[in-house]
Design a protein around this ligand. Structure first.
Ligand SMILES: C[S@@+](CC[C@H](N)C(=O)[O-])C[C@H]1O[C@@H](n2cnc3c(N)ncnc32)[C@H](O)[C@@H]1O
Ligand code: SF4
Length: 478
């Protein structure tokens, strides 16, 4: 059984959800589970040869394909940023990168050909341009990438797939929106974070409401659906009052989806974050106040809490998919597209192909050297065991449905769930006592107060965390 959004919305207000003692008790570092096993488990024992063999093995499958293209460049640095990016104002750097991408696309497509040299027939139902700032590429360069992809892969019709791009509204004029539509994109996600001028200055991201609204409107006029806006809480100088004003504006803009990320402050991992004045960061209590206020305000405005930072309108396809138990999770967050092979293209990108993860090199020189030598630029990965697949599915269904039906896993994996996961379920007893989760004989349901702490619940099914019992390079769950 999945609790539907109405149940959740009607029970969300009030002290139950924000039992501060419970939230504080469980507020520890944990993975976001955009993959299982998580990236720290990837290892250098998996490389280009494994990737080549895997592509060959899956080439003749019927299942759809998903493509991810990473464009790493950004014109300016936002100090909070934890993304894989290269900050430069030298737009000419896009050109050699484009050449490398085209070569990499050819190399993958060649490997997916059949013995007669026929192109792979697997339908591409999902495509995502991420970054960095994908529109660092100019319009002609974007056209060139899509022409190459369409030439080498079999895309389904535009209205049958999810073809998306991350947009920095400061780097996107109407001409660009028009070209993105022309080349077949139909989903857009925009970074905002916060409209308060003092916050914007402190994080070095000056972005006006007007330019944000302009891009949103232009995208709508050009047929983009399910428009998403990224916000972030926990940034320097934020208070409930200042963030309330940002929320007012966003609710007025009325995007279909809102991602409300918890600022992950990990300056030992992300250099630009060292430029953030830690004394100006909101206290843990103020962060919780901002989160509580934001959730109540977004629900009051009619949004549904999808889970893990994401909100959507009741008629958005994400909400509908969740209601129908057809929601999935991948490196880009929640998706309506079924779990399928994902081909990562570009520096740092991660693919999931034939039951394994494969990650490309993170340094431009090493990436370029491999691609120019005609090799896959894969430097690490992970091949999932049967046990990993089982746990991956358990964590995926928890994150998407907020419930588990043990019988489904017993059928699919030939296990007795309560025996197999005896340790994890024992760990959940305490969460049951704290009213985060309801445990039954044949399944479990995450209660409203547990939804914000879904990472903690997922963590008990993570075999590797259970072994290590730590997660220092992960951000706090709240
Ligand atoms: C690649 S960026 C979005 C596209 C574009 N580069 C932009 O900034 O508009 C992806 C999103 O990750 C989120 N993000 C970046 N750094 C983060 C951090 N340290 N903690 C939490 N979320 C973060 C931001 O909300 C950001 O919009
Ligand atoms: S948030 Fe976006 S624009 Fe800012 S540095 Fe990160 S990737 Fe670049």
């Amino acid at each position: 059984m999945t609790l539907n959004s109405t149940t959740y919305a009607s029970r969300l207000d009030g002290a139950d959800l924000f039992d501060l003692n419970v939230i504080k008790k469980y507020d520890k570092a944990g993975p976001r589970y955009t993959s299982y096993p998580t990236a720290p488990m990837f290892h250098a024992g998996i490389g280009a040869d494994d990737y080549a063999a895997t592509l060959k093995r899956v080439a003749g499958d019927d299942a759809p394909l998903s493509l991810y293209i990473h464009i790493p460049f950004c014109n300016t640095v936002c100090y909070y940023c934890g993304c894989n990016k290269i900050v430069t104002k030298q737009y000419h750097r896009a050109e050699p990168y484009l050449e490398l991408l085209l070569q990499e696309i050819d190399k993958v497509a060649d490997s997916l050909q059949d013995a007669n040299g026929e192109a792979c027939k697997r339908p591409v139902t999902q495509l995502h341009f991420g970054g960095g700032t994908p529109t660092f590429m100019n319009n002609d360069q974007m056209r060139t990438i899509m022409d190459k992809l369409r030439h080498r892969f079999h895309f389904v019709a535009k209205d049958e797939g999810e073809f998306s791009i991350e947009i920095d509204p400061r780097e996107c004029d109407e001409d660009t929106v028009r070209v993105l539509e022309e080349i077949g994109l139909n989903r857009m996600s925009m970074g905002v974070q916060d409209f308060d001028p003092i916050v914007q200055k402190a994080v070095n991201r000056i972005q006006s409401k007007a330019e944000t609204l302009r891009v949103l409107n232009e995208a709508r006029q050009h047929g983009f659906e399910s428009m998403n806006i990224d916000l972030m809480y926990g940034l320097p100088h934020q208070t409930v009052d200042t963030f309330n004003a940002t929320l007012d504006t966003i609710i007025e803009f009325s995007p279909d989806r809102i991602a409300l990320f918890n600022y992950a402050h990990l300056p030992h991992m992300f250099m630009p974050q060292r430029r953030i004045d830690e004394a100006a960061l909101p206290s843990p209590q103020e962060k919780l106040n901002i989160l509580e206020h934001s959730i109540n305000k977004l629900l009051d405005a009619g949004y549904v809490f999808i889970g893990m930072d994401h909100f959507a309108k009741p008629d958005d396809e994400l909400t509908i998919a969740q209601r129908e138990g057809k929601l999935y999770r991948n490196f880009q967050g929640y998706s309506t597209q079924a779990d399928c092979d994902l081909i990562g293209l570009g520096i740092t990108s991660i693919g999931y192909v034939g039951g394994g993860f494969f990650q490309n090199r993170k340094e431009m020189d090493a990436y370029a050297e491999a691609v120019q030598a005609g090799k896959f630029p894969v430097f690490r990965g992970y091949i999932l065991s049967n046990e990993d697949h089982l746990r991956r599915q358990v964590i995926m269904r928890l994150m998407c449905d907020f419930a588990l039906d043990y019988r489904q896993f017993e059928r699919d994996y030939n296990i007795v769930f309560r025996q197999h996961f005896a340790d994890g379920l024992a760990d959940l007893q305490e969460m049951q006592a704290d009213k985060l989760v309801e445990l039954r004989h044949d399944g479990l349901t995450v209660l409203p107060a547990g939804r914000l702490l879904i990472r903690n619940i997922a963590m008990v099914f993570d075999a590797y965390l259970q072994k290590k019992k730590e997660g220092s390079n992960f951000s706090k769950v709240i």
